[in-house]
Design a protein around this ligand. Sequence first.
Ligand code: CO
Ligand code: CO
Length: 304
Amino acid sequence: MESAEDAGVYKLTDDLAIVLTVDFFTPIVDDPYDFGRIAVANSLSDVYAMGGNPLTALNVVCFPQGMMDISILKEVLRGGLDKMREAGVILVGGHSVEDPELKYGLSVTGVIHPDKVIHNNGARAGDRLILTKPLGTGIISTAIKGGMADEEAINKIVISMTALNRESSEAMQEVGVHACTDITGFGLLGHAAEMIEGTDVGMEIDSTAVPFFPEAKGLAEAGMIPAGLHRNREFRKKMVEISDGVPQYLQDILFDPQTSGGLLIALPHEKAWILLEKLQGKGVAEAAIIGEVVAEHKGRIIIA
Ligand code: CO
Ligand code: CO
């Protein structure tokens, strides 16, 4: 791993490499079956972001034995297994430990051609940036914990977080792109910053073009801000310049930590609309062009 890549890649032969990643976390929705599906979609996402094909997985489970009904864990694992089946991934084992808090995720192994790895730092000046899922899952999950999220908002983020990034990954491989990463804990701007850190390009993002769940606006304004959001902003403040015209709630959303978020893709401008059309054809309806890669202000992101 040369830079902060999404997954590890190990070359076996000249035309075969394995892609490895592990991810697990505490529940972010109340329904255990949904949590299982989300955790698996999230774990597979790093493989899809690199253009890989996930094949096998190991369950990683932490469970508060004696404090929580075992039927809850069964539902989590059932959700996970259903999502793996959808993705064509085979569960080959796993490990569980007793822990005060329920946690679930996967260790995933996939395959990729060593010459076709899509790195996160390959963006070039003139590229367009495409984001494939709306933002705001962190703010809405925080509202769920605070009892402030309505049913409709919860349904929307569950649909989004359980959606595999497989179709988006296939579409970008068909079109050919320069760079990709998936949006998770560091938020859109944190992962965008990773893409250009140490490179000779900068980014310009049009905040009005960024897709987000409309419910996140009111909830952010009501103070449903996850702790990770502040950390994300603090961590990247030297690389990010947000114009005063961008409303505060939208600034928050741009740093909102995501679970099982979309792909952020950099590709030549003449291919951007082709990919967008392909994505929409595959049901990735909310994908949008949100900005571009520039030769100016290298290592910095300007948001207007
Ligand atoms: Co990632
Ligand atoms: Co990850």
